[in-house]
Every structure is written in C-alpha cells, then in structure tokens.
Ligand binder design. Structure first.
Ligand code: NAP
Length: 310
C-alpha cells in the first residue's frame, strides 16, 4: 500500500468531459490526476471542424489540447496510462493502470465511446487496408480516389465533407432516405453536391490486398449491387467504453451507458460519470464539458462530506 500515489480525485479519460473535470477539480483545491488512453481515443480529437463550441472554431484536436493544457497549468496531473481496473479498499478507490497503482477518494469516469463496427464480412480484414473509422487520420491516403462513407449522422456527414475537401471522390451511403445529421451539417453537405446512395445497407467489403469494392443491398428495391471504392469510412456511431465500471457495481443501461443523475452521480457513492459514456440525451463536446464541471463539483462535495468532517 505504501508506494501507491494518492490523489483526491482520479478522472479516467482526458476528452472534453475528463479535461473539464480536471480543470474544475484542481481549482476546488483537490489533488487531481486525469488519465488518457489511446483506446478509445477521444472522439473530439477525430473531429475535423468544430463550429458549435461557443467561442472556438477550428479542429477538435486543437480544442482538446487547449483543455488539457489548461488543466495541467492549474496543477492537475496528466498521465498517459491505460486504466485497467478500479476497485474499493475501505473508503478509498484503488486504480490500477498498465504501469502503476493509485489511491483516490473519488472517481470520475469520462471514458467516452469507441467507434461502432458494422459487423460485415471484410470489415475487420481490411482495417488499415482501406477500412477506416477516422477520415482525419486516414483520408490523406485516398486523395484523388473514390471512397465511401457509411452513416447518416453528424460524424458521417462531417467526414464526407472533409474527404471531399481534401480531394477524395466521396459517396455517402445511408440506410434510410433522410439523414440524421443536424440541419447545419446537412446544409453544408448538400451544398457540396456529394452524391448519396440512399436506402442501402452495406453487406460485404471485398478486395485482394486492399479494398476494391463495397457490396450494398438496396432495401427498397430489394436488390444487391456493388460500387468500386478504394476506401470505406465507417461512421455509424459509438458504443460507450464502460467495461471498466463493471466490477464496481456501477449501473449501466441496456446499451452500456452509465446511469447518472443531474449531479452526474452513479449509484455507487464516490463514483461519478461525465460525457459520452453516460446515458445523457445529447452527445456534444459542449455538453461533455458541462457534465465534467458538474461531476467535479459533486466529487468535491462528496470528498468534503466524507473525509473532512468531524
Ligand atoms: P449517430 O448520430 O448515432 O448516427 C449513426 C448513423 O449511422 C445513423 O445515421 C444510423 O442510421 C447509421 N447506422 C447505425 N448503425 C448502422 C448500421 N449497422 N449500418 C448502417 N448504418 C448504420 O452517430 P454519430 O454520427 O457518430 O454521432 C454520435 C454522437 O456524437 C451524436 O450524438 C452526434 O450528434 C454527436 N456528434 C456531434 C458532432 C458535432 O456536433 N460537431 C460531430 C460528430 C458527432 P439511422 O439514421 O437510420 O439510425
């Protein structure tokens, strides 16, 4: 026990929710550490253009870097370590990472989500050889080539716009006949004349060494067809990265999102959650920041009540 570094508050995640919680926690006078992992990477870092975060316009990576820098400037400790297990030891939480063991009085889970897979033949086989979940990471390899983006939400539309901008010949594939993306994104998307294949579900990704073809099924016309593409960018949403709380008895909903109340409290005293890993209605950087601030405030009140009274 003696070598375990102790913090008041440990935050698992360094996306907008985790970084904001770190800023608020440290400014409440708490000793704070926030842990960043590469799996999953914050969705914000993958966002090419941010236009709906008040006071900021630019790319998601830069916005998040500013948040993390702000947290460390005020004294929060940023650690690039993968949190593998969280358990209880009396009044304390024990946080085990790939390289260390830490103690904390309270925990904020801000782990966000991982990209969702379609689950079709060829998808996993061609990851890194034409199948990608991140246009800003991999789009450059396909300049001047025909690529497909799958999905109809904000991410898919943003990625299609980005890929078109960098010179890809992009087509959007959506399973229905209207997009889910916000109107502002749709307006921008349609103004660029990016073609859309509607009502079509991906069935197979084919090729030899690399992706060559996407096989689709038009569910209205009840017919299978294929298009020749060099890359398939999958943007069909995220699944929450919340396995880490399973052993703590933290309640999650049927889709795996952590259940929280308005104070970002979970059912386990001392464990709070913020951002995309929670069962909140809106998944945006700005709401993740709000969650993070509330979670830090609640953690502060919890620590004050439990450890500093009497
Ligand atoms: P999303 O909003 O959940 O949209 C997923 C899209 O993929 C939907 O259009 C869905 O079709 C489609 N889809 C789902 N499963 C599919 C499957 N198996 N095969 C084919 N298509 C499938 O996911 P997202 O776009 O990644 O966004 C996630 C959250 O982050 C959202 O809350 C979004 O608003 C937010 N976000 C915000 C911004 C921003 O404001 N800058 C940017 C990116 C994301 P249906 O429409 O038919 O369900």
């Amino acid at each position: 026990m003696g070598d375990q570094e102790e913090f008041d508050l440990i935050i698992v995640g360094a996306g907008p929710a985790g970084s904001t919680a770190a800023i608020y926690g440290v400014r409440y006078g708490l000793k704070v550490a926030f842990f960043e992992t590469v799996d999953p990477v914050s969705q914000l870092t993958l966002t090419p253009t941010i236009e709906n975060f008040p006071g900021f316009e630019g790319n998601g990576f830069d916005l998040l870097q500013k948040m993390k820098d702000q947290a460390t400037k005020f004294g929060a400790v940023h650690k690039f370590e993968n949190v593998e297990q969280i358990s209880k030891d009396g009044d304390y939480f024990i946080v085990k990472t790939d390289t260390g063991i830490y103690r904390a009085k309270a925990i904020i889970i801000a782990t966000g989500g991982k990209h969702r897979e379609i689950g079709i033949p060829g998808e996993r086989e061609f990851v890194g050889r034409g199948v990608s979940y991140c246009a800003t990471c991999d789009g450059n390899f396909f300049r001047g080539k025909k690529v497909a983006v799958i999905g109809g939400g904000n991410t898919a539309v943003e990625e299609a716009i980005y890929l078109k901008e960098i010179g890809c010949d992009v087509v959007l594939i959506h399973r229905r006949d209207e997009l889910r993306a916000d109107k502002a994104y749709q307006d921008e998307f349609f103004s660029r004349n990016i073609p859309v294949i509607w009502n079509s579900i991906p069935r197979k990704i084919e090729g030899n060494e690399v992706v060559e073809r996407l096989v689709l099924y038009n569910r209205v016309e009840d017919r299978e067809f294929s298009i020749d593409v060099s890359a398939v960018f999958v943007a069909i949403g995220i699944t929450p990265a919340t396995e880490i709380v399973a052993g703590l008895g933290v309640e999650r909903n049927s889709m795996g999102y952590i259940k929280v109340n308005k104070k970002q409290e979970t059912n386990v005293p001392g464990v709070f959650a913020a951002g995309d890993c929670c069962d909140n209605p809106l998944k945006q950087a700005i709401t993740a920041c709000g969650d993070g601030a509330v979670a830090a405030n609640s953690a502060f009140e919890f620590i004050k009540m439990k450890f500093q009274t009497g």
